[in-house]
Design a protein around this ligand. Structure first.
Ligand code: BG6
Length: 486
């Protein structure tokens, strides 16, 4: 169903995501002439706005969250004219017909973006269906969290599937909308030099890090019941892992790419309760400093005791021919030393060093894919330091550096939601997560959580501004591997 729709309906239209991401993204698309001509955007939420006051609300959000260079009065006015609003309390199904009336004719297709609490999914889907807003020309985008384990995610997926078939269901993982994440595909499958060594013969280990400096923010209600494993690993980290580990897809389309990703998820080695203490580490941030800012502990921010993990590190394995014996070290945490999302591929050392007898030391090559805050790809290679080498050969690891920021300096870097919203509007599912992927992801995550329960695992405290508990360092050092931290 790859056809642009003529209407967009945003649930959660007054929420944080809408203000920070969705409205600015839609505006960015509007500015560049990428939204279909005449596309209308209807917002809905509980707040009691009408079209006019919602436009004022949206213009404030744009004022606050748009980068300065994008603020253009005329364009903002044009964009606001696309906006409409209908108040709706999802728990009162009698409100849905009014919503349908407000939206009007949907024969040109309707895309719905749902970012609401998981408990509201079912009533929303039902309400949409009963109000005639789920017919064959309607597609639905679902924002996480889509459940908290396999069972609850199935329940939500069943509820959605009872009304929207899979080819009209778009599950969002915003990491898939990030430019550098897609660049992994270009790097791997658009170049011939990496693929021959992209396997257990060529690669020693893979490290995936998503480190954040933020703490709880204003999300205590959601985050404390969720923790880092479910908030970040189940979705973003596993998606990155799949991009690195998957077999080459035959075509650049939703079916081919997602078929390959799901195979990776299904090949993840299940972690048993007996293994959990050895291959996973959990942490919770204590007080500390991020740069010069002194910050409180998680418990003090939350205001009550908690065993939620704000950090997790895992040694994972993909059990297939390509990856046999290659550890994938995964970690993510809040209140870490610095904000960084990065993948480091550590290649195997050369089989024999002819430099050893002349005192030259070699480091194995490393490929670093930095997703944020900067975007670059670096290949660390050995070179000889200039000199006459009377006291031995001196070798040095230096980066071959591809800075995407510099290389494409003239191109505006788009937020992930710009691409994802446009794909939703146009009906391209490639960068959305298919049901079988989500279920395979949860299956692996649930086993880890069961292991934590069986072992009564409690997160270890780590100072804010550090790289997590010291056991996370031991997790790799035991294998003679060091996290790529500088
Ligand atoms: C979200 C998580 O999915 O991703 C947040 O719920 C996290 O806890 C965020 O902060 C990170 O996204 P990004 O794009 O800033 O790396």
């Amino acid at each position: 169903m790859r056809q642009p729709v003529s209407k967009l309906l945003l649930f959660g239209a007054t929420g944080d995501l809408a203000q920070r991401m969705l409205l600015p993204s839609l505006f960015g698309l509007h500015t560049d002439g990428l939204l279909p001509e005449g596309l209308t955007i209807t917002g809905t939420a509980r707040s009691d706005y009408d079209d006019k006051s919602y436009r004022t609300f949206a213009s404030k959000a744009l004022e606050e969250f748009l980068p300065k260079e994008l603020k253009n009065k005329e364009k903002i006015k044009e964009f606001l004219d696309r906006l409409f609003y209908q108040a709706l309390d999802i728990t009162h199904p009698e409100g849905f017909p009014n919503l349908a009336k407000k939206i009007g004719d949907t024969s040109g297709g309707l895309a719905i973006f749902l970012s609401t609490a998981p408990s509201l999914f079912e009533p929303t889907i039902k309400g949409l269906d009963e109000a005639g807003l789920a017919h064959g020309l309607v597609r639905i985008g679902l924002e996480k969290p889509l459940g908290e384990d396999l069972a609850s995610s199935r329940e939500i997926n069943d509820a959605v599937a009872s009304v929207f078939p899979e080819d009209r269901t778009f599950r969002i993982d915003h990491y898939l909308g990030k430019e550098t994440v897609q660049n992994i595909l270009a790097l791997r499958f658009g170049n011939s030099m990496f693929e021959p060594i992209w396997n257990a013969q060529g690669i020693d280990n893979v490290q995936i890090t998503i480190a954040e400096t933020v703490g709880l923010e204003d999300r205590a209600g959601y985050y404390d019941g969720t923790g880092a494993l479910r908030d970040m690993v189940q979705n973003h980290i596993l998606q990155l892992l799949a991009m690195i580990a998957m077999e080459p897809p035959a075509r650049f389309d939703g079916t081919a790419i997602r078929d390959e990703k799901v195979k990776v998820f299904r090949s993840l080695r299940q972690i048993t309760p007996a293994e959990v203490p050895h291959v996973t580490v959990t942490g919770q941030y204590g007080a500390g400093a991020i740069g010069t800012e002194i910050v409180k502990s998680y418990i003090d921010e939350l205001g009550k005791p908690s065993t939620a993990e704000t950090f997790v590190a895992i040694k994972a394995h993909v059990d297939n021919w390509r990856w046999q014996g290659v550890p994938f070290y995964l970690r993510t945490g809040k209140r870490m030393a610095t904000r960084r999302s990065e993948i480091a591929i550590q290649f195997k050392p050369v089989p024999h060093s002819m430099f050893a007898s002349r005192g030259g030391l070699l480091q194995p090559n490393t490929l670093i894919i930095r997703l944020q805050p900067e975007e670059y790809i670096q290949l660390l290679v050995m070179t000889k330091e200039p000199g006459l080498d009377r006291e031995g050969v001196r070798l040095k690891e230096v980066p071959l550096n591809l800075s995407l920021d510099a290389e494409f300096a003239g191109t505006r870097r788009r937020i992930a939601y710009e691409r994802l919203l446009l794909d939703l509007i146009e009906g391209d599912q490639t960068l959305f997560v298919r049901r079988d992927e989500v279920e395979a992801q949860w299956t692996w995550i649930d086993a880890i959580r069961e292991g934590w329960t069986a072992n009564d695992t409690k997160p270890k405290s780590y100072p804010s501004g550090s790289w997590g508990p010291s056991t996370a360092i031991a997790l790799t050092e035991r294998d003679g591997v060091t996290w790529q931290d500088d």
